[in-house]
Design a protein around this ligand. Structure first.
Ligand code: SF4
Length: 292
């Protein structure tokens, strides 16, 4: 058995921010019957983000058809059919929350012929119809690499197309056994080359990767046209999930931040609690002329 990472260091102690907005964000999400990845994935930043009145909407239910070993989203039951009223409810919530930047993500829906791409496209259109000035960030699943589904979402021209590689390729069989590293890279490349979108990806560390492997993945992302990147500490959501192998120090996160910046990423967030939608509003969409 591999040795565990030991007790949580001080830099991973969560500060529970509970501003007045926390309760109203929670009430609003409940009122609109909306799922968030903040809650479904047990994000450590939930108190901070909800207290600032932001959240990341989880489309297509809260049951995933895959079983990635790092993720807390439920997988045991059968997912329900997509809720056709969800796009309108999200659009209303974006308006009520006065969001300037709305972040959407979804579970994997390998049970649906289009992987849920049509529902994604409808949600983007519904948000824009009610909130014409909002920017939209789509943290998409891989749609099994289905070009038609990917194109359906990308053609809606979200201001940021985000797709996480999650980890280094040598750990895919352990971390995301139903996913493929090269497919994830090709999604970023497609968004950039075919649709000229601003692209973003993210990875977790502390799962057994080495530092040279992280560097190699950052360079892979750059080579495939990724503009922005997030790097954060993996935290085991329950005892049934993949164990943490080590707690990466704040100095190492700073090293990765500098490495990524030197590699040419336009925006980099690298710190223990960084998640792919953390402070997403600070990741401004690319100027068209900045795209090469
Ligand atoms: S970092 Fe993202 S997922 Fe986590 S609470 Fe904030 S908005 Fe939600």
């Amino acid at each position: 058995m591999e040795p565990g990472p030991g007790p949580k260091p001080d830099w991973l102690k969560i500060k529970l921010a509970t501003g007045s907005s926390f309760a109203s964000t929670r009430q609003l999400l409940t009122r609109h019957s909306l799922h968030t990845v903040c809650r479904s994935a047990m994000c450590p930043n939930l108190h901070e983000c909800w207290s600032k009145g932001t959240a990341t909407f989880l489309l297509l239910g809260n049951v995933c058809t895959r079983s990635c070993r790092f993720c807390a989203v439920a997988t045991e039951s059968r997912p329900e059919l997509p809720d056709t009223r969800e796009p309108a409810r999200i659009a209303e919530a974006v308006k009520t929350m006065k969001l300037r930047h709305a972040v959407l993500t979804s579970v994997n829906r390998d049970d649906l012929p289009d992987g849920g791409a049509g529902h994604w496209a409808e949600t983007i259109r519904a948000i824009r119809a009610v909130n014409p000035s909002v920017s939209i960030e789509c943290l998409i699943p891989d749609f099994n690499g289905n070009d038609q589904s990917l194109d359906q979402v990308m053609a809606e021209a979200p201001e940021v197309l985000n797709h996480n590689i999650e980890t280094v390729p040598s750990l895919y069989h352990k971390v995301r056994p139903q996913a493929d590293y090269s497919v994830s890279l090709s999604i970023i490349e497609r968004a950039r080359q075919k649709f000229r979108l601003a692209t973003k990806s993210g990875m977790m560390v502390g799962m057994g990767e080495t530092s040279p492997e992280v560097e190699a993945s950052l360079l892979d992302l750059r080579r495939h046209g990724c503009d922005m990147v997030t790097i954060g500490q993996y935290l085991q959501p329950t005892a049934a999930h993949l164990p943490v192998t080590r707690y990466v120090t704040p100095d190492e996160f700073e090293y990765y931040r500098c490495f990524a910046q030197q590699a040419g990423f336009r925006h980099v967030q690298s710190a223990p609690f960084v998640r792919s939608s953390y402070h997403a509003e600070a990741f401004s969409p690319a100027e068209p002329e900045a795209l090469s």
